[in-house]
Design a protein around this ligand. Sequence first.
Ligand code: ADP
Ligand code: ZN
Length: 431
Amino acid sequence: MTYWNRAVETVSRDQLTALQDQRLQNAVRRAWDNCRPYRAKMEAAGLQPGDIQGTGDLYKLPLTLKDDLRDGYPYGMFAVPLGDVLRIHATSGTTGKQTVVGYTKGDIEVWNECMARCLTMAGATKDDIVHVAYGYGLFTGGLGGHYGGEAIGAATIPASAGNTKRQLQIFTDLGSTVLLCTPSYAMHLGDAVRDAGIKDRLKLRIGIFGAEPWTEKMRGEIEERLGLRCYDIFGAAELLGPGVACECSERNGLHVMEDHFLIEILDPETKKPLPDGEPGELVFTCVTKEALPLIRYNTRDICAVDRRSCACGRVFARMGKITGRTDDMLIIRGVNVFPSQIENVLLGVPGAAPYYLLVVDRVSNLDTLEVRVEMAAGFPFDEVRRVEALERQIAKEVLSALGVSAKITVTAPGSIERSESKAKRILDNRP
Ligand code: ADP
Ligand code: ZN
């Protein structure tokens, strides 16, 4: 089975829907026939495969959660014998136990194709030098980026994450033009470039960053340090890996590869569909996956969807930037707090650096939030008054933007742990 078809990005919406309807029917039938947990869930809901005729019936199907995949650990949700599996990866385990995912030859082809589309959307061509600084290994970022680079015919460098000095050497000696990594590692690389004074020796022009939430302000900071144009890319191992959605030149939302992934946005409370433009939980159905079927998988990431046509000519719906995942949302004395909201505040305060950690504690039954943030390089950290003034200013802005009071601790440059993959932004000490 092959799904290679880049022209599908510009078919009419009706043609796309017809393709989705047909693929959804097949996907439901495959899950029913080959994956007992899906069949059990459908039966419990009184559904037969024939009840699902197209995307209009999607809402009838039960949701799938990360815990369903965890329950089946490691291979319980696979729909093909292991003999037909070509590769195995795992999730990062950001919110708990890792889940194991598998790919058939067809799944790998789809993945490579989707990644190739993403690189192309961001403007990369075969003449680029694609530097992959996502970790290679069970994490999908490294190999996902790698085969995407090769699929567009670009010279692809398997740098993997870490060893920052060596990354800079690859930039200058090998002339990387496209960089793939997490935004937090890109930020760290940018600071290292600044410290080494080598920005004018870089050939970087495109950065494709994802795997964790990042704000528009963070985008600006990275672009300034590395002298490139950044694009947001989304993925999750359960779905595929990187390559599920990516920004085009308009950078106005991430086009979802809708010939493979159906997107829904649900109200986090009622789990009912929300109108376009309203942020809610991001749910995907994979209509072509063979090894690991995924029907109405609730990522618990929060964003909105925009199905209006895009100036770039692609029909695929655009998901907005993810503001956080429901799993990451802190509730501090009744106020919902996402790390990205704090990041937004910090990056607007001169003197604060974009390295921070949120520490949550419970003191006599009350939740407390401490924001540890580094001062920017060059800030006079031995001048206690200036440091205290900076702390007061950040506290005031956090209160006015989020409505929550937080203790701010400004720390010395370099004191907060740097991330090579997904940054750890929360330390929750509550019992
Ligand atoms: P884990 O769920 O353990 O982190 P993955 O490594 O598969 O496993 O990561 C998938 C998750 O990473 C997504 O559900 C989402 O929370 C996050 N993510 C991926 N890409 C982005 C992005 N561009 N923006 C924000 N979050 C992202
Ligand atoms: Zn577009």
